[in-house]
Design a protein around this ligand. Structure first.
Ligand code: HEC
Ligand code: HEC
Length: 439
């Protein structure tokens, strides 16, 4: 490895920009990047040329960083960690206290689902980090899901939701959750009819939206507004980044330097959200549960079918292709949206099918260059990111990094389950008895 110097970073950046603008061919990009980065071309650079321009631009950063180096080199592709501001509010769904109160009831109400037994909060349980503490999420009754459940906390900040970033807003996410076959499995018209039979909802929807009857679309808007209040930005990390250096131990300060340098986390988990919201294959191996749990296997096949996979793929698939489902580009196989690392103290297990149970396991996985303890890596090694490298962290450094990650979460957010409003009785007991007597 050739040592890194400022001039080569400068030129590498310029060339990376040219690559972005001109989308030059594979051969040229590789030719330019190898000498400039001083990389030996160990074959992994080949995947730089897969059309993921952000990765090419990121490679302009030093190849073998000294501690803290990514943070000290200004690169617009790697925004520094920053305190989290308030979440964005879309113009067509302004916040109000009444809307949030209604959204909260709906989030906890199982009548927004197929058999009225599963609410959003059933799977996104406040006591389980607003998520579900198993590797793969529970599903609609009689099923298991096929991916790990994400937390709702801070979901308001993402511009794309779900592991493969398939949905652009909370407003459009809620119906896919309530209607999805292995999630809520609800029908729009039935869910809407139920809302209209609940007098308290009729009153509240009318007050919030000014329409005579509850509509299912307004229900999603209210839920989204409630989710925008589920944020945690009072964390040691936010305090430290706002200038209160006293909140960190020396170990956490060392961990921060590793995060921004030798451990390379900052390359993807950056900015205020600690996610650049781009897609990478980092080498997480396939879910073991699909090998021995029949119900999980069925959902896995069902998802392939539902997402329009070819017959051949449907029959042979052994892993989640992630972003590939959306663009059918072979270089997208196994790529997932970078998740935020905020609130992770409460959201184990980790990764898209909960492949790792602890943060220690996650750090070991990255330290090995994206391999689990048995040496397994992605089912799609050809798309594995060149940004994932063996890190050579010592035991002490791993502990420092873990101590730093512990500053990302703040206090747990627990709210008591609200009391849900009842259906309007269709008839009184006296009317029922009279009708029976008349038979
Ligand atoms: C049966 C369990 C289940 C139910 C019910 C459920 N979810 Fe989810 N939710 C999940 C799983 C699993 C994921 C991740 C799925 C994926 O990425 O493919 C998820 C993802 C999400 C995300 C994305 C978070 C992120 O980081 O991108 C949001 C927001 C969300 N759910 C909100 C809701 C809302 C609102 C409801 C109720 C209308 C709901 N969920 C109902 C299991 C569930
Ligand atoms: C090349 C980009 C990249 C780099 C570098 C990177 N990550 Fe990630 N990280 C991801 C992606 C993408 C996922 C989701 C992968 C999946 O599930 O297949 C992820 C997932 C995670 C998760 C699981 C979060 C959850 O909610 O389940 C943790 C924890 C994590 N990374 C920590 C780290 C740490 C610590 C480092 C540095 C040692 C690091 N990451 C470096 C892209 C990256």
């Amino acid at each position: 490895m050739v040592s890194f110097n400022k001039t080569s970073v400068f030129f590498a950046k310029i060339f990376a920009k040219i690559i972005v603008k001109a989308t030059v061919t594979t051969a040229i990009a590789t030719a330019l990047l190898i000498p400039l980065n001083g990389c030996t071309g160990d074959g992994r650079l080949a995947s730089v040329t897969n059309g993921t321009v952000p990765e090419a631009a990121l490679l302009a950063a030093p190849n073998q960083p000294k501690t803290g180096m990514f943070a000290s080199v200004a690169n617009p592709e790697i925004p520094p960690l920053a305190p989290l501001g308030p979440p964005p509010i879309p113009a067509d769904n302004p916040m109000s206290t009444a809307k949030v109160a209604l959204g909260k009831l709906l989030f906890f109400d199982p009548r927004l689902g197929g058999d009225a037994s599963v609410s959003c909060a059933t799977c996104h349980d406040p006591e389980q980090g607003w998520s579900w503490a198993e590797d793969i999420s529970r599903g609609y009754p009689g099923t298991v899901h096929w991916r790990s459940n994400q937390t709702i906390i801070n979901a308001a900040y993402y511009s794309k939701l779900f592991w493969a970033g398939s949905t652009p807003s909370l407003e459009s996410q809620a119906p896919s959750a309530a209607r999805g076959g292995v999630a809520g499995n609800g029908e729009n018209d039935i869910m809407e009819a139920r809302l209209r039979l609940i007098p308290e909802y009729v009153k509240q929807f009318n007050a919030v939206f000014g329409e005579p009857w509850p509509t299912i679309n307004n229900a999603w808007k209210a839920i989204a507004a409630f989710e925008r209040t589920l944020i945690q930005r009072d964390t040691p990390l936010d305090k430290y980044l706002s200038g209160d250096k006293s909140v960190f131990t020396m170990q956490q300060v060392r961990g921060k330097t590793l995060y921004e340098g030798k451990a390379r986390c900052i390359l993807c988990h950056n900015g205020a959200l600690t996610s650049n919201e781009k897609y990478y294959n980092i080498g997480v191996p396939r879910a073991q549960r699909w090998l021995d749990d029949g119900l999980a296997q069925i959902t896995f096949r069902f998802e392939y079918y539902a997402k329009g996979a070819t017959e051949a793929l449907y029959r042979s698939a052994k892993d989640d292709v992630g972003l590939y489902f959306r663009n059918k580009n072979k270089w997208s196989k196994g790529k997932f949206r970078v998740p935020s690392l905020r609130y992770i103290a409460y959201t184990a297990p980790y990764m898209r099918q909960g492949q790792f149970y602890t943060l220690e396991e996650v750090i070991d996985f990255y330290n090995r260059g994206g391999f689990d303890e048995d040496g397994n890596t992605s089912s799609f090694p050809e798309t594995k990111s060149p940004l994932i490298k063996k890190l050579d962290l010592t035991e002490d450094e791993k502990e420092d990094l873990l101590a730093f990650l512990e500053t990302f979460s703040g206090a747990q957010i627990i709210i008591p389950k609200p009391k849900l409003p009842p259906y309007k009785p269709l008839f009184s007991l006296a009317e029922l008895e009279a009708a029976q007597a008349a038979k």
